[in-house]
Design a binder for this molecule. Structure first.
Ligand code: 5GP
Ligand code: SF4
Ligand code: MG
Length: 464
């Protein structure tokens, strides 16, 4: 999911949120929503669909206020239905709150049961609504906002980057492992006496689009409280060990977003180069599975000296196939999405680079299309290791029995998808290319080494 928040008295905050969500559309395409706060009143609009389908000028003009919270969703906990769209709005003693969540809790079941005992009127089955009710409960027990939020966050286990609107200000936080990203930006001040105006966004591309300056990340286990008085920071988790999702780096986040002071495009070029070093091959052209495979394919070409070419043309008006919630939609999506260029491919030995193989359905279809277009050899190179384990922290990688690499060795996968050769990037290659401490990433879907303990019933639901 994508989350966005802006605190900017005097600005058209809903329009800013709209643009922010537009830039974060790749993080979720099922539903979109914006809530604004105006003198204690909350205006909310959320629906199934893309940001551009959910909002228009009239709707945005009715979302007035000083503060806006926005969300783009793809479902992990809770089904793909309008009622599960976010922000989640719940009442409290001090007024309503609106919460936007990216990530996935692993203790949703327990948390919901505890809250249900105290008689909360859940509208949805989402973990996100449970967090909102946990905050409401602490507020209603007498705590002020920051104390209540802190209390609620301590009850949550799993991945959560949150942006929360209240009548008095905006809260941003990340779980103690910082699995999902969240960054802080500032809007340019019109005069030096203006109070600073802050933006929170899943990725820096959400700041760029509205001309906000990148300030820093929200730290794992940190709570930022943004009001008229500026930004106040506190720590609610005693222990934090960074475990940023490596999938954000290799695939999920936009390539123009900045993580660790460089664009993900640069990181993806490097893993492409590393892939070429690890799995050299004689071929005539390197092509990418657009768009996600492009930077790694260019890196592969640079390091191998094999020319880069465009061999597949993508229909820009089709969303990410993986994210559509059913297999039928996914199958249809792939056919709509990519068309091979016969005059580039005919008679060529082709290296095709993609960022990942999950189920293997995309790859199989693409390889067939390349051969139909006349490619004489097809060598597939993947800029991440085999995905062998499901994610419990907010990337919808499906249950383990659907992951092609969970049951099959690489040679068998190669056979099944119909390539002449198949090689994946090594785990070490992927991690060292980050140029960061390699312990500071979650890579559980490649290793099964889950940094946050997953309760047995949840584990059973997705593991073979
Ligand atoms: P599959 O192997 O399941 O057919 O799909 C792999 C392709 O799906 C890759 O091109 C990758 O870019 C894309 N993809 C889209 N969304 C996701 C996601 O959430 N996780 C993973 N691993 N791959 C995804
Ligand atoms: Fe990311 Fe994989 Fe960890 Fe999930 S399991 S958070 S997708 S690295
Ligand atoms: Mg892709």
């Amino acid at each position: 999911c994508g989350v966005f928040g802006v605190y900017a008295p005097g600005e058209q905050v809903a329009n800013l949120a709209y643009f922010g969500l537009y830039a974060l559309q790749h993080r979720g395409q099922e539903s979109a929503g914006i809530a604004t706060f105006e003198d204690g009143t909350v205006h909310l609009h959320k629906e199934m669909g893309l940001v551009s389908q959910v909002f228009n000028e009239t709707i945005l003009s009715e979302l007035t206020g000083n503060l806006a919270i926005g969300h783009t969703r793809y479902s992990t906990t809770g089904s793909s239905r309008a009622v599960n769209a976010q922000p989640a709005v719940v009442p409290t003693r001090l007024g309503k709150i609106a919460l936007a969540h990216n990530g996935n809790l692993v203790n949703t079941q327990t948390l919901r049961e505890e809250l249900l005992e105290q008689n909360h009127n859940f509208l949805t089955t989402t973990d996100s609504e449970a967090i909102a009710w946990a905050i409401a409960e602490a507020v209603n027990a007498g705590s002020p906002w920051v104390e209540a939020a802190t209390h609620a966050f301590k009850r949550c286990q799993g991945a959560f980057s949150l942006v929360i609107g209240t009548p008095d200000g905006m809260i941003g936080t990340r779980d103690p492992n910082g699995i999902r990203p969240l960054v802080i930006g500032t809007l340019p001040q019109e005069s030096p006496d203006d109070a600073p105006r802050y933006v929170l966004a899943s990725e820096t591309c959400g700041l760029d689009i509205i001309g906000a300056d990148y300030l820093r990340e929200v730290a794992p286990g940190e709570l930022v409280w943004i009001t008229d008085a500026g930004l106040a920071s506190s720590r609610w988790a005693e222990q934090s060990q960074r475990k940023l999702c490596i999938f954000e780096m290799i695939y999920f986040a936009r390539p123009d977003s900045v993580v660790h002071d460089e664009s993900l495009y640069s990181y993806r070029l490097r893993i492409g180069r590393q892939l070429a070093i690890e799995s050299a091959i004689d071929a005539d052209i390197v092509i990418a599975v657009p768009d996600s495979g492009v930077p790694a394919a260019i890196g592969f070409s640079q390091a191998s000296g094999i020319p880069y070419a465009e061999g597949l043309i993508k229909n820009r008006y089709v969303g990410r196939t993986f994210i559509q919630p059913t297999q039928i939609m996914r199958d249809a999506g792939i056919k709509m999405k990519l068309n091979p260029l016969k005059d580039v491919l005919a008679g060529k030995r082709v290296v095709i680079v993609d960022d990942s193989i999950v189920r293997g359905t995309t790859s199989r279809k693409i390889v067939k299309a390349l051969r139909d277009a006349g490619a004489i050899e097809v060598h597939m190179r993947i800029s991440s290791p085999p995905v062998t384990h499901p994610c419990f922290y907010g990337i919808d990688t499906d249950s383990q029995d659907h992951l092609i690499a969970a049951t099959k060795p690489v040679a068998e996968i190669a056979q099944q998808i119909g390539v002449d050769s198949l090689q994946y990037l090594s785990l070490e290659g992927m991690l060292t290319a980050t140029r960061e401490d390699t312990n500071e990433f979650c890579s559980a879907c490649f290793t099964g080494d889950y940094p946050i303990a997953v309760p047995a019933p949840l584990k059973r639901s997705k593991l073979m």
